[in-house]
Design a protein around this ligand. Structure first.
Ligand code: IPE
Ligand code: IPE
Ligand code: MG
Length: 235
């Protein structure tokens, strides 16, 4: 099995999964979070080099106060736990998204985790928190415009490579495979620039039930895809 270099997942369906069991949405998030830990180990084990997950969008603040607070609590404990996951998997962790919206202690945990794990290079793990693709591009363009204004960047030389350098994902290759769990067929503002030539895999399996077998199934499907990048397939 040819393993994609970079796999991205939209972790969706925690709420519906919990509801189907007569449990509160927060239970689904807890199980979803535990599942992220075990999938991370599987990703490492399968030899995937880059792994990106969508855990909280710029739009997710619209949820009830209760749910948002529950998620923040979960992030707090997960970010600490993630130090161990990083050790275990020799994994460098980076948070993408606008983290300035989070409470100072969460921002600090993110900095600690990123600094601590920067020594590892076997797996590169990106967690999208308060991430939105439109927001990422606007923040990038703002900073690019500042560089032009201050004479650090000549607008005539701006190309795709230079623009990419202003995105949160700077230096990370584009995903080869995008997975979205739980049946919705949309991007919900995830990595719109980076997914230009990515293969998409949608499954009805809700995130808390998405296990190693499901991941392997997605990779097997990816393997029979015919990627062309606008060219013609060589026979
Ligand atoms: C994904 O599950 C987790 C987050 C977006 C934080 P959802 O909470 O979106 O679950 P559903 O889609 O409502 O079932
Ligand atoms: C997308 O899921 C965001 C994350 C998984 C973090 P949502 O559940 O928020 O997306 P919509 O609202 O169904 O588009
Ligand atoms: Mg959802």
């Amino acid at each position: 099995m040819r393993v994609p270099e970079h796999v991205a997942i939209i972790l969706d369906g925690n709420g519906r999964w919990a509801k189907s069991k007569g449990m509160p949405r927060s239970y689904g998030h807890m199980k979803g979070c535990a599942n992220l830990e075990s999938i991370c180990d599987d990703v490492k084990d399968l030899g995937i080099r880059y792994f990106t997950v969508y855990a909280f969008s710029t739009e997710n603040w619209k949820r009830s106060r209760d749910e948002v607070e529950g998620l923040m609590k979960l992030f707090r404990s997960y970010l600490k736990r993630c130090l161990k996951i990083a050790d275990r998997n020799k994994m460098q962790v980076k948070v993408i998204g606008d983290i300035t919206a989070f409470d100072p202690d969460i921002q600090e945990s993110i900095r600690v985790l990123e600094d601590y794990s920067s020594k590892y290079n076997e797996l590169y793990f990106q967690i999208a928190l308060n991430y939105g693709s439109r927001d990422e591009m606007i923040r990038g363009i703002r900073s690019l415009a500042r560089d032009v204004r201050d004479g650090r960047l000549n607008p005539e030389i701006i190309d795709e490579k230079i623009f990419e350098g202003y995105l949160d994902t700077a230096g990370v290759p584009d995903p080869d495979l995008l997975i979205r769990t739980s049946g919705e067929l949309r991007l919900s503002n995830f990595l719109m620039w980076q997914l230009a030539y990515t293969e998409f895999y949608f499954t009805d399996v809700p995130w808390p039930d998405f296990n190693r077998d499901e991941l392997v199934k997605a990779i097997e499907t990816y393997n029979i895809r015919d990627r062309r990048y606008g060219g013609v397939k060589e026979e």
